[in-house]
Design a protein around this ligand. Structure first.
Ligand SMILES: NC(=O)c1ccc[n+]([C@@H]2O[C@H](COP(=O)([O-])OP(=O)(O)OC[C@H]3O[C@@H](n4cnc5c(N)ncnc54)[C@H](O)[C@@H]3O)[C@@H](O)[C@H]2O)c1
Length: 397
């Protein structure tokens, strides 16, 4: 272990920079760092899609919040001043087809981070970077007759026929999804490629300049503060908004897609844990949930947490071209460091629904989400699969 507590390292108070620290996961990392005695600075642009009302109330007054863009050399350079540990979470994650922005924000900012640390000989001890399960694309599957395969996205014609499962290219049988370990990646979206590229840049530069670096591939993270206004935030948000307004959750495909949803405080704990363990230097870790749940499980958990078990999930066969089918990470490598996911789906969803209920602009957010959903429905019906906008992840990042 590198240091037991933030304030106990060689008698000095540890200073952390969290980029994107006003966001969902970043803000939970900030809370944990403060609780562990760190002094914390946040660099965040307060992106209007995530923060339409400016600085969120949950950012503590004790945090130094620097308003700026991680792509801005002057802003990032100033934010790095006097820092011991960096958590790089600021990112572009959206459904828009502005591909270059993913690389610009996610990858180029990472290179700039190392450039500034090396150029200025900054005394940074560790860098922890937020990567994503999206680096795996569809992930591995196994055909009983033909072995392991890494399929590409399901063809548009297959989805148009309501045939949801991956099939073996040799025998056409349905193949079984395998848990995803860290060894192999196959990103197929601008977001996923930008995240893998940042891992490559960070690990190579970290090794070359002897700067301890750790990359974390978060699974779909759920919990309070999950970008409430941003349509990007996925199923838990949309199901919750509808359930709290007496509407059934609209489930894509057959609802049997599996994901290992993970609680945001567990993701924060993983992020701080790897910063404090020398064994983690130069490593990549999955940060996944306790087990796999289906999208229908999420819908049911939301209805229970919202007290609307009189409603039933609506499974109409709608789908989004580009969504992955099953994506479940194996986090054994991180568990070997002592980390465990603490909450199951029902508790995670209850925490989120409780928080969402308390949001002052719940009704307006619901209206906006419904309008967007209606627009998407029209696009899908009118244009069929080949013109639908590919989503880069089913339910999150
Ligand atoms: N939420 C998930 O399920 C999930 C899953 C896998 C990986 N991740 C990764 O975790 C990290 C945090 O995700 P999140 O869900 O907390 O997102 P979020 O949108 O809630 O937070 C991101 C924060 O970054 C800020 N930001 C965006 N662009 C910026 C820029 N150019 N300069 C400075 N600040 C900027 C935003 O204002 C926001 O506060 C991201 O790197 C994301 O790719 C998230």
């Amino acid at each position: 272990m590198r240091f037991a507590r933030g304030d106990a390292y060689e008698g000095l108070e540890m200073r952390a920079l969290v980029t994107g620290g006003a966001g969902f996961i970043g803000s939970h990392i900030v809370d944990l760092l403060l609780a562990r005695g760190y002094r914390v600075r946040v660099l965040d642009s307060l992106h209007p899609r995530v923060h339409p009302h400016g600085r969120p109330r949950y950012v503590p007054e004790t945090v130094e919040l620097v308003l700026g863009d991680v792509r801005d050399r002057a802003a990032l350079g100033a934010a790095l001043d006097g820092v011991d540990v960096v958590f790089h979470l600021a990112a572009y994650q959206d459904y828009m087809p502005d591909f270059s922005t993913f690389f610009d924000v996610n990858t180029v900012s990472t290179a700039l981070l190392y450039e500034l640390i090396v150029e200025r000989r900054l005394p940074v001890r560790t860098v922890v970077l937020a990567s994503s399960q999206a680096v795996y694309g569809e992930g591995p599957y196994r055909c009983a007759a033909h072995g392991v395969l890494w399929p590409g996205p399901r063809p548009a014609a297959q989805l148009a026929g309501g045939d949801w499962e991956h099939r073996c290219p040799q025998c056409s049988d349905v193949v079984e999804a395998l848990p995803i370990t860290e060894e192999r990646v196959q990103p197929h979206t601008a977001y996923g490629i930008s995240k893998y590229a940042l891992e490559l840049a960070a690990l190579a530069l970290g090794a070359k300049y002897d700067l301890p670096t750790v990359c974390l591939r978060y699974s779909i993270t759920l919990g309070p503060r999950n970008a409430f206004h941003n349509a990007y935030s996925g199923v838990c948000r949309t199901f919750t908004l509808r359930a709290l307004h007496g509407q059934p959750p609209l489930v894509y495909e057959d609802g049997l897609q599996r994901r290992d949803y993970v609680y945001v405080a567990d993701v924060a704990a993983a992020s701080v844990l790897v910063a404090e363990h020398t064994e983690a230097n130069g490593q990549v870790y999955n940060v996944g949930g306790a087990r796999a749940w289906t999208v229908l499980d999420v819908a049911q958990a939301v209805l229970e947490a919202a007290g609307r078990t009189d409603l039933a999930p609506l499974v109409a066969g709608d789908y989004r071209y580009g969504d992955t089918r099953h994506t479940v990470s194996d986090s054994s490598k991180l568990r070997a460091l002592g980390w465990r996911p603490t909450l199951g789906l029902a508790e995670i969803v209850a925490a989120y629904v409780g928080w969402a209920r308390a949001q002052p602009d719940l009704a307006a957010t619901y209206e906006a989400a419904e309008a967007r959903m209606r627009a998407q429905q029209v696009l899908r019906r009118a244009a069929a699969a080949e013109r639908a906008i590919p989503a880069h992840d089913a339910a999150g990042a």
